[in-house]
Each structure stands twice: as structure tokens, then as C-alpha cells.
Design a protein around this ligand. Structure first.
Ligand SMILES: [Zn+2]
Ligand SMILES: [Zn+2]
Length: 560
């Protein structure tokens, strides 16, 4: 990087990204934090950096498989034909195997990361993450939950289908980033709501459809920016009887009607609804989106209760960390992917550990360097045990060798990611990424479109839920976008019939990804506040076509 840097007036430095060759800037404040954490400043621009870090966070596609230890059947989001063995999570945490048995000597003639990759390919991966669940087999990253199906990243949830990133949600389908809600469908970023359908960014709402930024509303239909209203349609007040009669005319049982209503809703969001410049709450001296209770956090997204951090995506209780994703209780760490409960961890993935570098899947380790799948170990390198003195000397030698090859100071290489980029969390944030670019970087890509699958095209499904026979649960359906097969479960069908919801036409992961486009924006754009006309930066890409965006002050004044 040194050769290409250019010093700016306030100590900011611009450099050329090693991946995409675009120019990017590292501020003096970032340099200070890099130094505090003890990692080298990145030579990738923010987007390229995040792509690589997020590529280690598998989103995947649920599939059946077998444990490479016991042959026991399992369900995992990890890809088929992995470079590494897979054990069930129970086996992985058992004493049936020892990661230290795979220990290797360091060979100074070879690059260190090549040796680490070699080691990684021998050490087993757990088939899923999560614990303390009942009947959540088709799940990943699910905790303290019951009866959830084909869902990911949840805590304290019950009876959910096709859910992603929820907390304390029950009896719902197709919900994404919802909190403390019950009986919701096709909704995202909704809080403390009951029977909320086709809605977004709403709070404390009941028995409503197509709500945007509503609070404390009940029995409302296709409304935006309302507070404490009942029986409104398209933001017009009706009597209870009028509302109920009008509601019947919308044919909510019909798939085609719902598509038309979604289009109409979208037009209101573009032309009538007032949008916030960001979804930050209780922030001080911070920039980013979906920040809650943070201080001195910059370029951060979806984090809460955190301070003094830069360039973070998703986390809670983060302190003094930089260039990390999936950080929960993370301090003084940098260039890490999903290192939950970590302190002073660098260039590592999936490792709740301390004072270590270049770890993958290491649990409660300290002072380890370049290890995979170790538990409660100290002073290990390439899974081999050393004394404290030996460890320190060898670590110094390896770092010197790595620096000599310009190998030190970067995250684990793309070639060590656990699965294809287009099935990683990275692809959710960067859906326009091209296959050839990832392959060039050494990453993986899977051809996901399937055409030779048996099943019924969803175009043949009855338009109305009323005409769907109970036998549909035995019928494999084919997603028109991906060719992926999916089914309607019995409890799912009951939910649709009870709530007058037509059957979905697309595979559930396709539905989740369509929703996520609204929750994964990592860039702000210039607008003028619709009220005071001052210049604002809003996390709304221009292609969304939002005509009314308010600065925080005007939003609070006019809509609170
Ligand atoms: Zn770049
Ligand atoms: Zn304003």
C-alpha cells in the first residue's frame, strides 16, 4: 500500500484497493484505531474488505448430509463436497476427537496461509451453530428456540417458518429482522406487533396490512407514517363498518390481488410516505444505519450498545474494534468474521477467543496463532502445542516470514472461506458481485440455478388460497427464479388458510433475499430534507425512488 498512498491534509490517506483498484480513503481516526487494536490498515476498500470478511459467514442452502465421523444424518447450510469434514455439532463439541491431533510443524519454506489452509481442510466443521433448541433441525444460528423451520439467525423464537434475524417472534412466516411479535407474515423490521402482514418498519401495530412506518395502529390497511390510528385505508379514516366492507373488496385471498396491492403500496412509498434518513436511535457522534445506543461508531451497520468502533456490520456490545462482522461482546478486535465474545483477536473467523491471530473455529483459546477447531488451548501454532517461550519465538519468526512475503496483516484468504460467495452473507450485502471477480480473488462460486428438478411450476397453483387443496402439502413446487424445489408444510398451509394468505410462488430463500435488499444498504446518498430542504445523507439508493426523505430533526418534529 505504501507505494500508492497519498497524504491528505487532516492525516487521511488515500490508497488504491488491491481488489477492485478503486481509490479509497483511510482517515486519521481509523489509523489510530488500527494502531490501538494492533492490526495493519487495510489495503482493500470498505466494500472489498467487507465482501471478504462476510464470505466467511455462510448463508447457504439447507440440505441433508451425513456426519463424517459417525455417518449420522444431519441438516446443514454448508455446501456439498466441502473441502473439510463435517461433524454434527454435538460430536464437534464432544471428546470423540481432538483438534491438536491434526497439529503440524511450521515449514518456513512454504507460505504460512497455505499451511493453515492445509490444516483447515483436515479439521472438522460443526454442521450448524446454535444451541438450546427444540425441534429446530432445519435451522442455523438459532438459539433458545422451539419448532422453527428453515430459518436462520434467531433467538427466543417459536413456531416460525422461513425467518431470518428475529428476536422473540412467534407463529410467523417470512419475517425478517422482527422483534417481539406474533402471527406476522411477509414483514420486516417490525416490532411488538400482532397479526401484521406485508408490512415494514412499524411498531406496536395490530391486525393490519401493508403498513409502513406506523406506530400504535390497529385495523389499518395500506397506510404510512400513521400514529395511533384505527380503521384507516390509504391514510383515510373510515368507520369500523366501512373499513370492514372495504377490506372484503381487496380479495386478499388472491395471489394476483396481493401483487397488485404490493405495487400500489410501493407507489405510495415512493410518492407519499416520508422516509427517515436512517434508522438510528440514541446515537452520539456516530454514522451508519440501524444503530441503537452507540457512541463514537463510524460506518457501522446494525449494531447496538457499542462504542468507539469503525466499519462493523451486525453486532452487540462492541468496543474499540474495526473491520469486523457478526461481533457480539467483541473488544479490541480487527479484521474478523463472527468472533463472538472475543478480546484482542485479529484476522480470524468464528473464534470466541483472546489474544490470538489467524484462528478459524477456535473456542475459548488464548495466545494461539494460526489454529483451526481448537478448544480451550493456549500457546498453539498450526494446532501444535508449544511452551510459552517456544510459542513466542516461533510466532515472531512466522510473522517476520509472513511480512517478508507480504502475507501478514490480511484476513484469512478467500480460498479458506467455508462455502461459495454467492451463498454467503456477503452476497446478501453485495448481490451485484460477479462470479469471475470472486474466482479471481481465489473464492468460490456455486452454479445455483437448477433446471432438472421434478415438481409443479408455481404458475399452476390456484390464484386463491380458498381453492388450494389440502393435498398441496405432498406436492413439490418449483421456484420460477431459481428452479429450486420447495414444499408447503402442513402448519404453514393452516396459517395461510386461517389468515387468508395466498401460497407463495418463490423459494423461501429467494423471498428472504428480496426483503433483505432493504436492510443491507451500506452506503448513504445525498438528498434534501423534504421539510427543511437541508442537505442530508440517507441510506436509500436512488433506484428506490423515494421522493420524501426527512432529516432526523424534521422527522421527529413532524412524525413523532
Ligand atoms: Zn475495492
Ligand atoms: Zn429537515
Amino acid at each position: 500500500m505504501q507505494a500508492q498512498t497519498k497524504i491528505h491534509s487532516k492525516g487521511s490517506v488515500s490508497a488504491t484497493c488491491t481488489d477492485c483498484k478503486e481509490e479509497f480513503v483511510i482517515t486519521q481516526d481509523e489509523f489510530t484505531l488500527y494502531e490501538k487494536v494492533g492490526i495493519l490498515p487495510s489495503n482493500q476498500c470498505f466494500a472489498c474488505r467487507m465482501k471478504q470478511i462476510l464470505s466467511f459467514w455462510v448463508f447457504g442452502k439447507f440440505r441433508k448430509g451425513k456426519s463424517d465421523l459417525s455417518g449420522e444424518s444431519l441438516i446443514t447450510i454448508l455446501p456439498e463436497n466441502t473441502r473439510y469434514p463435517i461433524y454434527t455439532v454435538k460430536e464437534w463439541y464432544s471428546d470423540k476427537w481432538e483438534a491438536v491431533d491434526y497439529g503440524q510443524d511450521y515449514d518456513s519454506q512454504k507460505t504460512f496461509l497455505e499451511q493453515l489452509k492445509n490444516l483447515q481442510e483436515k479439521v472438522p466443521h460443526p454442521h450448524q451453530t446454535g444451541s438450546n433448541n427444540t425441534d429446530c433441525d432445519y435451522c442455523d444460528d438459532v438459539w433458545n428456540s422451539k419448532n422453527c423451520h428453515l430459518s436462520r439467525s434467531m433467538f427466543d423464537c417459536e413456531d416460525l417458518f422461513y425467518a431470518y434475524r428475529n428476536l422473540r417472534v412467534k407463529n410467523s412466516i417470512d419475517v425478517t429482522v422482527c422483534f417481539t411479535s406474533d402471527r406476522c407474515f411477509d414483514s420486516f423490521n417490525c416490532v411488538n406487533s400482532y397479526k401484521l402482514f406485508y408490512s415494514r418498519h412499524s411498531k406496536d401495530c395490530i391486525d393490519s396490512y401493508f403498513l409502513f412506518d406506523c406506530r400504535n395502529c390497529s385495523n389499518c390497511f395500506m397506510c404510512w407514517n400513521l400514529r395511533g390510528k384505527s380503521y384507516c385505508i390509504e391514510n383515510v379514516q373510515y368507520s369500523k363498518e366501512e373499513y370492514q366492507n372495504k377490506l372484503k373488496s381487496y380479495n386478499l385471498d388472491s395471489y394476483n390481488s396481493i401483487q397488485n396491492l404490493k405495487n400500489k403500496f410501493n407507489e405510495y412509498l415512493k410518492k407519499q410516505a416520508v422516509h427517515r434518513e436512517n434508522f438510528n436511535i440514541k446515537t452520539y457522534n456516530s454514522e451508519g444505519d440501524y444503530l441503537l445506543n452507540v457512541n463514537d461508531c463510524h460506518n457501522c451497520y446494525t449494531i447496538s450498545n457499542s462504542e468507539y468502533s469503525y466499519n462493523i456490520i451486525r453486532g452487540v456490545n462492541i468496543k474499540s474494534s474495526i473491520d469486523c462482522v457478526g461481533c457480539f461482546d467483541t473488544e479490541l478486535s480487527g479484521n474478523c468474521s463472527v468472533c463472538v465474545g472475543s478480546y484482542s483477536i485479529k484476522y480470524s473467523c468464528w473464534s470466541p477467543s483472546r489474544y490470538s491471530e489467524y484462528l478459524d473455529l477456535c473456542v475459548e483459546c488464548e495466545y494461539c496463532f494460526g489454529c483451526v477447531g481448537m478448544k480451550k488451548k493456549k500457546y498453539c501454532i498450526l494446532n501444535k502445542q508449544y511452551t510459552k517461550e517456544e510459542y513466542e519465538a516461533l510466532k515472531e519468526q512466522i510473522i517476520t516470514d509472513m511480512k517478508g512475503r507480504s502475507e501478514y496483516g490480511k484476513l484469512l484468504p478467500w480460498s479458506m472461506s467455508a462455502g461459495p460467495f454467492n451463498l454467503s452473507t456477503g452476497f446478501l450485502y453485495f448481490p451485484d458481485t460477479k462470479k469471475e471477480d470472486i474466482l479471481k480473488l481465489g473464492g468460490y462460486w456455486e452454479n445455483t440455478k437448477e433446471s432438472q428438478v421434478d415438481g409443479m411450476p408455481t404458475s399452476e397453483l390456484p390464484d386463491s388460497i380458498d381453492d388450494v387443496p389440502d393435498t398441496i402439502i405432498t406436492q413439490a413446487l418449483i421456484c420460477p427464479e431459481t428452479g429450486w424445489r420447495f414444499n408447503i408444510a402442513q402448519n404453514e398451509l393452516i396459517f395461510y388458510k386461517q389468515n387468508n394468505i395466498p401460497l407463495p410462488r418463490y423459494h423461501f430463500d429467494v423471498r428472504t433475499k428480496k426483503t433483505l435488499k432493504y436492510l443491507t444498504v451500506l452506503k448513504s446518498y445525498t438528498y434534501n430534507c423534504t421539510y427543511c430542504h437541508k442537505n442530508i445523507m440517507a441510506y436509500c439508493p436512488p433506484e428506490w425512488g423515494y421522493g420524501k426523505i426527512a432529516c432526523e430533526k424534521c422527522y421527529q418534529q413532524n412524525l413523532n
